[in-house]
Design a protein around this ligand. Sequence first.
Ligand code: PLP
Length: 393
Amino acid sequence: MSIRSEFPILNQTIHGMPVTYLDSASTSLKPRCVLEAIRKYYEEATANVHRSTHLFGETATQGYEDARNRAAHFLNARPDEIVFVRNTTEAVNLVALSLRLEKDDEILITPLEHHSNQLPWASKVKVVYVPLRPDGLPDSSRLEDLVTPRTKLMGLGLLSNVTGTRGDVEVWREVASKRGIPFLLDASQAGGHMPMDVQKLGCDFLAFSGHKVCGPSGIGVLWGKRSWLEQMAPPFLGGGMVHESRLDGYTVKEVPWCFEAGTPNVEGAMGLAAALEFLEKIGMKNVEDHSKELGRQMYDGLKGNRQLRLVADQTSERYGIVSFFVDIPGLSAEAFGRIMADTYGILLSAGKHCTHPYHDLIGFSATVRASTHVYTTEDEVNRFLDAVREITG
Ligand SMILES: Cc1ncc(COP(=O)(O)O)c(C=O)c1O
């Protein structure tokens, strides 16, 4: 299968130039099979799930639960530990709302976390941050000193959306399991770049978004160990999640359905299943090798450029995501991004990438980010590197 030919959006041109899409950390492009899965739901069996007593309803319910099985397979998990949510942000909020936290409890995270793995905690408890090393990456050797009896969860990004580096999962897991603290992985970026086997990762919770793994927007997964999910109080109540409701009380459905209040994103789940199957067909090891290859190519191509300051520039070990500060007076990251788009047809991101505290700590007002996916080619990365060289002289 030619991976690229499965993405119809890439057939377009912008201002007569081929589209070079290097903004996959924002959202990924969608292959034909995902579009087809969504079309099929609308054209052949639109119905609500777990409610209707007709053929469409049965087909939709089957498709929705098949999607849960597919997500479980992708993560090497049990289907009854898969909760469908809207996205990673909702997944982290769901854990934060359900864990019965108190104001003086503590959560341990890194300053490199995306806002979605920071603000849900910061709004409820005291957040303790692992310090950064001089190279701009979190200093995991300090973890043991920072855990206290009030630490209620340790949360880590599996793959940074800024540096393209993998979190120190093994170190965090060891400390968390030794101290009996639940360990959450924000895997929002990871699914398009590396295998995600929750047994091997050894976490208690893992969250990812459909739209970053070639699936649709508005669907995501919270995986949690059943023993944790069973202790959590469902924060969203209403139809779909209730087992029995009386005038004087109610009982909720079993895990995971008790966390899925209201009509879910049925077509989204079906599109997500198609996307995960697509990635599995490519092979997640191949996906990882490809991402690392492109990551190295971008790192090698950018690191000697005196007009740029690469974030975490001493680390060549990275996936296909790089960010850099443009050190040219009068040329902002945003202006750099616009030139890339309008002059070269290269689409990427400029700003703080939802990591304001991290950008403040490393002293960059904004950075340009180039991010790849399974459909990105070496030629495209070369086109990007040539354009950077041209702009920076
Ligand atoms: C590392 C990381 N965590 C969380 C999120 C939030 O994902 P979503 O917007 O799909 O909820 C993102 C999105 O860019 C991310 O990169």
